[in-house]
Every structure is written in C-alpha cells, then in structure tokens.
Design a protein around this ligand. Structure first.
Ligand SMILES: [Zn+2]
Length: 322
C-alpha cells in the first residue's frame, strides 16, 4: 500500500536525523504518487531552533509549488504533527496528512499525556479542510525513537524511563507569566488541581476529565493566574441562557468558580481573575455578569461585595425524591 511505502520513507529519514544527533522525525510530500520533497528534523533545543521535520518540509515547499498542486498533495510524517506544525501544514494549503506514530503512542515518550482533541473539527471551524489519517505502521515507527539524538537505546528502556519521570513529577508550565491568562486544554491538570482544593468532593481524575471537556466549550472560559511557575488561582465562567436572579438580559456571564491559594490571597489576584472573566463575557456580547454562593459562606459574600457585586436575592433551594 502507498501509505506504508511513504511512511517507511519517513522512518528512514527520521533515523537518518537521529544518527546525525537530532531527534528522530521525518516527513515527505507526495503528489500523484510522486515524492516532491523530503525533510528531516533539525531541531536544536539549546539554540531555540524549532526545526520540526514537517515545518522544514513546509518551508521547502513554500512558494515552490502551486496551490493546486499542494491541495492535491499528501504530507506524510513519521509522527502525528504537533500543533505548530499542523498550523504550518494548513498554511501551506495541504489538506491531507498521513502519520506513522499516533499522539497516544508517542505520549509514552514525552512527559505530557496525550489528550483527545478534534483537530480536524477545530480547523474546520476556521474554514480549513484537513484530513488526518493514521497511525500507519505504528509499532515500526515507535522503534525509530531508539535512535533519538544518535545514541541507540531500546524502546522498552525509553518507555520505562519516561514512565518513571511521569510518576515522579508533573510537567511544569513552560512560561511563567504574572497575570490572568486564558487556560487551554493543556492546562486541564493544573486547573483541576486548584479546583480540587475549591471543591474537595471530587477526585483529581474527575476534575481533570471535567476540565478537558470544559476547556473545549465555546461558552465557557477558564482563567489561570500564575505566579512564577506555580498556578496561584483560577476562575471559571460561562454564558447562561436560562434565567439568572436579578438580571435583565440574556445570556449573562456567570462566575462558576473562583479560587486563590491561601498563600497568594490578599494580593488582588481574585479581582484580576474576575476582571478577566468579565472582559471575556463582555466580548461575547454580555452586559451583565452574575454569581452566587452559599448562604453560610460569609468569606465569599465579602469577596463579592468587595469587588462590586450587588446582592440580587437570597434563596434557599429544596429538593426531594419523587
Ligand atoms: Zn511539530
């Protein structure tokens, strides 16, 4: 089969890159069964050189082949493309990607976990057609990583080593920004950790799954506040279309949860997180922003008053089995 033939070529290129001391990735562009271009990974972590194989391939093809040719071409890659490469491939106008090793299998060799994302669907929302096919010859592709960086090491050893790293530590956020920032799906674990402190009835796994889902919802926004490499707090808000006590418009922005770690309180972090939520709701067209808390939670009531909320109503909710 053609897919297998081209994926095998990607694996050869990946191993070749590895033997030169690079990480093991390779990619080829195929048009009507003919290979137009080939590329290897040339990433240099120390120099901050991105150099992913797919990215290099995109650069080789840019302004060299017509849109018509690229649209009919397929990009083959030894491993499912990262987000930056996916965008680069889309910008080239290629609409088909076939990958060897899939996201799930590759995650055995990286500190982060694979998480399900509908990449095709996300691109479709932007008007970009993209079909991702794979994995193809995945077992064979996993062995390509034995040549990672030039020193041959058996796959089992690499997987076992990473499993140990994963058990011992969680990945740290790459950038430390001081201020609220919109959480992405990759932040699900970080948010979930804080959320468990706010809502202790839930397990970390439940919360992570919940936020992985929430963080893909268009009508929900979560903001994280980082101080250095640590996350100090988060706020979660959404649009509510049903009636909200005391409001006159619909939908309204609604604060679903806000939390700042004990050590970081009294620094105005909650207020800034709330501002981020309100700004987001405003961007969605809302003119009102609402919230609630338990009758007994005086700390939360004080916070709401302090940041300018007006009390709309006090209600007691009842329920019984029928
Ligand atoms: Zn990439």
């Amino acid at each position: 089969m053609d897919h297998e033939k081209h994926i095998k070529r990607c694996y050869e290129l990946a191993v070749r890159a590895g033997k030169k001391g690079f990480d093991t990735f390779g990619a080829v562009l195929v048009h009507n069964g003919q290979v137009l271009e080939e590329a290897e990974n040339t990433a240099d972590w120390n120099k901050g050189i991105f150099g992913h194989a797919e990215f290099n391939l995109v650069h080789q093809c840019a302004n060299r082949y017509s849109d018509a040719v690229l649209k009919e071409s397929t990009l083959y890659t030894s491993c499912a493309p990262c987000e930056r490469c996916l965008c680069a491939i889309a910008s080239l106008g290629v609409e088909r990607i076939v990958f060897g090793v899939g996201y799930e299998a590759f995650s055995q060799l990286t500190p982060g976990e694979a998480f399900p994302v509908d990449r095709e669907g996300l691109l479709r929302k932007l008007g970009i057609r993209m079909k991702l096919t794979g994995p193809v010859l995945e077992d064979e592709g996993m062995h390509v990583f034995e040549w990672w960086g030039g020193d041959y090491r058996p796959l089992e050893e690499l997987i076992a080593e990473m499993a140990e790293v994963k058990a011992g530590q969680r990945i740290k956020p790459e950038e430390a920004a001081d201020g609220p920032e919109r959480a992405m799906i990759t932040d699900a674990e970080t948010v979930a950790k804080l959320a468990c402190e706010l809502w202790p009835d839930h397990t970390a796994e439940e919360m992570t799954a919940e936020f992985r889902n929430l963080l893909t919802q268009e009508e929900t926004a979560v903001f994280l506040f980082r101080t250095g490499e640590e996350a100090a707090g988060f706020a979660q808000c959404q649009l509510r279309h049903d009636y909200v006590e005391g409001t006159e418009t619909s939908p309204v922005g609604y604060l679903e949860g806000i939390y700042v770690r004990e050590a970081d309180r009294g620094k105005g972090i909650a207020r800034r997180l709330l501002n981020a939520c309100e700004n987001w709701a405003g961007e969605q067209g809302c003119t009102e922003f609402a919230s609630d808390c338990e009758l007994t939670n005086t700390e939360s009531q004080e916070f709401h008053r302090a940041v300018g909320f007006e009390e709309a109503n006090r209600i007691v909710a009842y329920v019984r089995k029928i």
